[in-house]
Each structure stands twice: as C-alpha cells, then as structure tokens.
Design a protein around this ligand. Structure first.
Ligand code: URA
Length: 209
C-alpha cells in the first residue's frame, strides 16, 4: 500500500491555517500556496539519491555529496496544480514540467480530460504530480492512469489537503504511488468538497469567485 506522508512542519501547518481562513485574499492565498509548495518540495525530494564526487575547497580535496542523475518532472493537474509549480521550481529549477487538464463533471464527479502535454522522456524521470486538493480521488486516479500510460514508472503525488475518501481511492488504484500532504481532513460533503478544507482551490488561487 502506498504511504501517506503528512508534512507536519510548523511552517507548513501555520501557512495552511492562513490559507483555510475564508477572509484570506487571493493574493495572500497564492503567495502562501507558493511558499508551502517550496516546503513540500523539500520533503518530497528527501530521498533523492546522492553520489560522492571529488571536489576541491580552498583548503582541501574531499569527496562531497552530489545529486546523482535522477531526473525530475513536475506535473501540474490544471488548473489548481499550477499554484504548486513555481514554489517547487524555486528549489528544483531544472525539473521538466508537464500539464494535464482534467475537470470534474459536477454531476458524476468523474474526471474528464481536456489537455495533456508531458515530457517525452517521462519514463526516465521521477514524476511529481501536483494537485492541491485530493478530494474524491477521481481526478488523481485518472491523472495517474494517463501519466503511467505515457510511460512514467516512478511517481509521487503531492497535495495540500486530502480527504480520507480520496486517499483510499488513490491507494486502491495506485498502491505504488506515495502521497504527500499537509493535512488529512475529516470528510467530503455531498458536492465532493473537502470539509473543513479551504473551499475551491482553483477559485481561491485565481480569484474566479
Ligand atoms: N477541489 C477543491 O478545490 N476543493 C475541494 O474541497 C475539493 C475539490
């Protein structure tokens, strides 16, 4: 079964509380999401392999740790996933970026794909899939199906808030994909929103409501 890694770092938790508040402005919400994503990038890359390479400091020759050739790809699930991109790229600027457009059919709550552009060599990369809200899990499962179909073999899923229902759906469909989240909330409401959650992440990020 895929692991669920809850990032309980005090800075992440504090910033998430600010994001949850309904009076938080669009500008603040966007900035906070970017800041949290940098902190999440730190955690999700924690186990990247290192190799020792010879270097020379001004004082001595040593063998020092260097990231080995593991290449990365960030995949944003449009549109809210874009809010996690820049903060992650601040830390891993050479990562490639893919985009996958999925929307939730409001009646069936199923994911419908409308856009897909992924790096050609995705099979050689660690794919870090980004979507702030893991709610029903339907879009996440559809996204991972698509990304695996393109050849990705090594995948991690990063969100900000997860519902227990979404975690179960994702784990059942993709037991090989570890989940990273800042919080696991109580439940989904009848419209598929996470409670207490933070509302519609895309609308709050882009100010569309
Ligand atoms: N998508 C969101 O943006 N918020 C939720 O609570 C659930 C899905």
């Amino acid at each position: 079964m895929a692991s669920v890694n809850v990032i309980d770092h005090p800075l992440v938790q504090h910033k998430l509380t600010l994001m949850r508040r309904k009076e938080t402005s669009t500008a603040s919400f966007r900035r906070l999401l970017s800041e949290i994503s940098t902190l999440l990038a730190y955690e999700v890359t924690r186990d990247l392999p290192l190799e020792m390479i010879p270097i020379e400091t001004p004082l001595a020759k040593i063998d020092a740790p260097n990231l080995s050739s593991k290449k990365l790809c960030l995949i944003s699930i449009l549109r809210a996933g874009n809010g996690l991109l820049d903060g992650m790229l601040d830390l891993i600027p050479s990562a490639r970026v893919g985009h996958l457009g999925l929307y939730r059919d409001p009646h069936s709550l199923q994911a419908v794909e409308y856009y897909c552009k992924l790096p050609l060599d995705i099979d050689e990369r660690l794919a870090i899939v980004l979507d702030p809200m893991l709610a029903t899990g339907h879009s996440a499962v559809a996204a991972l199906n698509r990304i695996k179909h393109y050849g990705a073999r090594s995948i991690k899923f990063v969100c900000l808030v997860a519902a227990p229902e979404g975690i179960k759906t994702l784990q059942d469909a993709h037991p090989d994909v570890p989940i990273y989240t800042a919080a696991v909330d109580s439940h989904l409401n009848e419209h598929g929103y996470i409670v207490p959650g933070l509302g519609d992440a895309g609308d709050r990020l882009f100010g569309t409501k």
